[in-house]
Design a protein around this ligand. Sequence first.
Ligand code: ADP
Length: 534
Amino acid sequence: MFDAENLALQNRILSEEVKRRVEQLAAINTVAASVGQSLDLDITLETALSAVLSIVGAEAGGISLIEEQTGDVVLRAQRGWVHDFVSNPMRIPAGKGMSGQVINEDRLMLDNDLDGTEELYVPSFRDEKFRSIAMAPMHARGKIIGILSLMSYKPDRFDEDVMTVLRSIADTVGVALGNARLYETTLENEKRLDAIVQSTADGMIATDRNGRVVMINHAAETIFDTDTRKLIGKPLREAPIHPRIRESLLFALSSREGEATKAFKVTIESGRMFSIVVSPVYVESQIDQKKETDGWVIVLQDVTHLRESEVTRAQFIQAAAHDMRNPLGVALSSLNMLETAFGIEDPAVLEILGISISGIRRMQDMIEDLLNLEHIESGFGSNMGEVDLVDMIRELSQEMKPVFASKNQTYTTDIPFPTLSIQLDRKWVSRAILNYLNNASKYTDEGGKISLKMYTNERLVHIEVTDNGPGIAADSQARLFERFYRVPDIIGTRGTGLGLAITKSVAEAHGGRVYVRSQQGQGSTFAMALPLVN
Ligand code: ADP
């Protein structure tokens, strides 16, 4: 009988214990469910505190967070207090008071018998007249982020059970607050970054990998005289921005050099000049650790003011070159005279004369080309007008006939439409295409084949000059359009290495670009693409 009674008692104790544990777990769950609802730090603080108080049944409570920079413990939420210690925050320096102890020792603390004689870091806390207090450190990501406190006006208010619940709840609340704080910091950083981007004097546009605008700053809005709402989410192709700038951006984004940063200048009709840099944005993919282009960032600077100094520079170079031209011309005609008028027959003297004459000619060519390049790049003296490109090519082909004939080269054209009118500077574009045609003839052997093909796609007209000459090695191809670059193994042909640089500048001044396809031993195709509308 005694045993049975004992067993019944044991059972009752056990089932009460189970019930208590279940209640504790349910309490912890309720808190977890309510604090996980929001990422807003203030809301999370308030929800957490009211959930904790209602579950534990305490009259008052508080949540303090450790300030990262100072280590101070700052009260961020309170319930049931006389003083408002949140608007005018209660701040306890690192290591001080009971909270300092909780943090230093990383443990719960309980005082069920406050009598007002305790030493307090914040004396006005005494006015609250609490008789019991329980404090627990809150952890998140492996470190203490703050303290959760329960208070009561009655002594002996908090027992072991409350402390057990408090311990678990403190960490649940800690994780939720840690997340909210992380989110808040991220938002703050984002805002700071946005403020920087918005206040820079350079125009900035960011696009996703498909060229859709995802961000535009104030300076870019001013440059384009548009507002963010009209641009965000739009593909650049449809963006309401100056067509010439738009076309050059589309080139840069679609160009075959792929992921490299591109820098270029665009001049629009009003004479304003923009320096534009387009760079890919990389994100480290978390899945396969590969670096992928996530989009593009475009930086625009209005460099119209620099144009003036470029014009001055061009004028100076022009004047200097002009002054050099005359003495060179005199030297050349004197040498020619020596060669012809004095009946010199000594081969050694003739050779020296020949070297001097060709040296002077090279110098003259270089001066001409430099002058041209200056002219185009400064945007100085450009003369845009409606030009029928088909007609223009026909004229240039006519002009080139004797050049091709002198090397027995055949020349054909493939132009699938009778006319094509676009806005361009006839003199400069003619010069650019003549460079291609002359090079094709110059670098291709006697009897070679040269052709010119013209075609359009959505936005561009392509003009491609193909020859069956020596072709160009891949490593040289990238440098062909640089000033003064000449392929090292091509010898014996006269040139300055400036022709292709001129062609490139002409194309870019029109919002277009140049490209080359070539294989050594198989000939080359040099091409220019110009926007149909600008
Ligand atoms: P230049 O002809 O005065 O040297 P360019 O700038 O016109 O200068 O050309 C640069 C270099 O590109 C040339 O020196 C030559 O090596 C190479 N090149 C140009 N066109 C061709 C071509 N059609 N075939 C082979 N090489 C070419």
